[in-house]
Ligand binder design. Structure first.
Ligand code: 1GP
Length: 261
């Protein structure tokens, strides 16, 4: 297992009011021949990371895809696995997701037990992540495949308590997701409530289609914004989305402990 380089970047960004922008690449949907356009836009726009994964990956392109991206750019690749088969040593890190909004024991701890020995031996940086599904107004693949109920979109108290419990359990960050292709992205109000109740980084994604919503979510307290579908449809959006997220960075100077007032 690699050291905490990636996680420390997330943490430092949160502490200093920086915002990270992530492009989600689904190995099933991307065409290798077309990926260079996405990579070009991403490098120009200063995309911070790629998340790689999907709820149901049916082809075996993962290694090839990672290798191809690595050859063309140096944006870090973080696996966002929908199941235990989506593992590869060719990435830089892996979100070790525990689906804390659900009550499916297999996705809370079961798969983790099975994959732990493989991950322990791997060069990947393993980032434990409390994964919370929030209702996005449509049955998403992740909702169906995980066989769990998402947190209702208007139940901010449940979202907050779930995130707080995740933090107390020692998870290093929270990923609130309305699911890929959600009709309704997570509300700014829920993001605000949850981010105010935890001290670990908050990742938000699912159904974000335009720069305005990306900016709104960053402003509301999301530390990391993830966009997949909209960019698959129109890679040009990367530039505006990244700019919208970054313009919500606050400048916070870290004060050494013991010197704060
Ligand atoms: C899904 O949060 C990601 O897990 C991204 O969702 O594809 O709807 O942007 P979209």
């Amino acid at each position: 297992m690699a050291d905490n380089q990636l996680y420390n970047q997330f943490l430092r960004a949160k502490q200093t009011g920086q915002k990270k922008f992530v492009v989600l690449i689904d190995p099933d949907k991307v065409r290798l021949g077309k990926i260079h356009k996405v990579l070009e836009y991403a490098m120009d726009a200063g995309v911070d990371y790629f998340f790689i994964g999907g709820s149901l990956v049916v082809n075996d392109m993962l290694d090839t895809l990672l290798k191809s991206i690595k050859e063309q750019c140096n944006i870090p690749l973080i696996l966002f696995p929908g199941n235990s088969f989506q593992l590869s040593y060719k990435a830089d890190g892996l979100l070790f997701l525990s689906l804390i909004s659900g009550r499916n024991a297999d996705l809370l701890i079961g798969k983790h037990v099975i994959t732990a020995p493989f991950l322990k031996m791997s060069p990947l940086e393993i980032i434990s992540t409390g994964y919370m599904l929030v209702d996005g107004g449509i049955m998403t693949s992740v909702q169906y495949m995980s066989n769990t109920s998402p947190i209702p979109a208007n139940k901010e108290d449940i979202a907050l308590c779930t995130a707080m419990a995740g933090e107390m359990l020692g998870l290093k960050q929270i990923y609130m997701d309305a699911g890929s292709g959600a009709r309704e992205p997570i509300s700014a109000s829920m993001i605000n409530t949850v981010s105010g109740g935890i001290n670990i980084p908050l990742i938000v994604g699912g159904g974000i289609r335009d720069p305005k919503k990306a900016a709104e979510n960053a402003k509301a307290g999301a530390d990391v914004i993830v966009v997949g579908n909209a960019i698959e449809k129109d890679p040009v959006l990367i530039t505006e989305m990244a700019a919208a997220v970054k313009e919500n960075c606050r400048s916070v100077t870290l004060v050494d402990e013991g010197h704060s007032h």
